[in-house]
Design a protein around this ligand. Structure first.
Ligand code: TXA
Ligand code: MG
Length: 319
């Protein structure tokens, strides 16, 4: 059985023995292991049932330590790191030789992130290696934003979950690839693209692979964040007409002004606040999934700021 607690010393000892520990971050919980040890990293892929072509992010506690994992940290990367780290940003940069190939799934780049969570920052400062950590959920399922979420599905696979409470942001980091002087967003996330563009002082390319093409962020190939119950994203009032007679759950973005027949009804943010909606998203999807419904109908958020990342997650979860 897995234990849940705040014993940093115990977490450190497990990680030093190349065991897995779940860690809190401001975005979602991570399933962490020694990122410089290939045997430890292999355990992450096994526990999550993650395809071997999908690389992991390395977590560290300072820009100085991040630089040791990268062969070239350009001035543009430094500017972004100084503005947004610690925080929900992952930079994809050319990897240093000390990073094992299993971390990057054979790519010559590595994702680097400094999480903005006091407990995890303290743990990282006690370790002399970075932590490889994907989101702490079985591959393809909804990410975890509480220790209970992690325990529910990965409880048999790990000894310890470091309890940092409910994740403040609730949606994964924004992933930006930095090449020379150009920036490409590989995944929308906790920092809006406009905010990054402003600091970078330039336009950012959004990587949208044509269907069937190989994406630059290999994980984006997969159905992601998906509850087991089929989910349809769009106008709830319209879609409800198509599923009359089914056991339906509806997930509103904000308090609706129309009435729809449903078994289960939830509102991501009654006042329509994007931050609140992001924080509730994965919890509410899990609750809907546990309610034994036949169909979930969800309404998209406004397509600005964090709403872009919320809609990305909803669409990937949808059918
Ligand atoms: O907020 C987050 O980023 C969380 C917390 C735990 O830090 N982590 C997270 O990890 O979401 P994961 O493994 O669930 O998603 C990481 C994504 C994957 O889609 C992967 O393909 C992509 O990052 N990725 C990692 N390294 C990459 C690289 N070198 N080049 C392109 N994409 C990369
Ligand atoms: Mg994930």
């Amino acid at each position: 059985m897995t234990r849940i607690g705040t014993d940093l010393q115990y977490a450190k000892e497990l990680l030093q023995k190349n065991e897995l520990v779940a860690i809190p971050t401001e975005t979602v919980y991570g399933l962490a292991a020694n990122g410089l040890n290939a045997d430890a990293v292999l355990k992450i892929y096994e526990a999550k049932n993650r395809p071997s072509f999908n690389p992991l992010i390395l977590h560290t506690d300072s820009i100085a330590n991040a630089k040791k994992l990268v062969s070239y940290f350009s001035p543009l990367a430094t500017r972004l790191a100084e503005s947004f780290m610690p925080g929900p940003l992952t930079l994809v940069l050319p990897k240093a030789a000390i990073v094992p190939d299993i971390v990057t799934a054979g790519l010559d780049t590595v994702g680097i992130r400094i999480p903005r969570h006091p407990l995890t920052l303290q743990l990282l400062s006690m370790l002399d290696f970075p932590l490889a950590a994907p989101s702490a959920n079985p591959s393809g399922y909804v990410s975890a934003t509480t220790p209970a979420h992690v325990a529910a599905q990965l409880g048999n696979q790990l000894t310890y979950i470091l309890d940092g409470g409910i994740c403040e942001i609730g949606i994964e980091s924004t992933i930006v690839k930095v090449e020379d002087d150009s920036l490409t967003i590989l995944r929308q996330g906790g920092i809006a693209m406009e905010t990054i563009a402003q600091v970078a002082g330039k336009n950012i390319r959004l990587h949208q692979p044509a269907s069937g093409a190989k994406p630059e962020s290999p994980g984006m190939l997969l159905t992601h964040y998906a509850p087991k119950t089929p989910m349809v994203v769009g106008s709830i009032a319209e879609n409800a007409k198509k599923y009359v007679g089914k056991k339906t759950g509806v997930l509103w973005f904000q308090t609706p002004n129309v009435k729809v027949e449903a078994e289960r009804e939830m509102v991501l943010s009654p006042s329509g606040n994007l931050h609140e909606a992001a924080r509730n998203l994965f919890s509410y999807l899990r609750l809907m999934d546990a309610a034994e419904l036949e169909i979930i109908l969800a309404e998209p958020a406004p397509d600005t700021g964090l709403g872009v990342a919320i809609n990305d997650r909803l669409c990937r979860a949808g059918i």
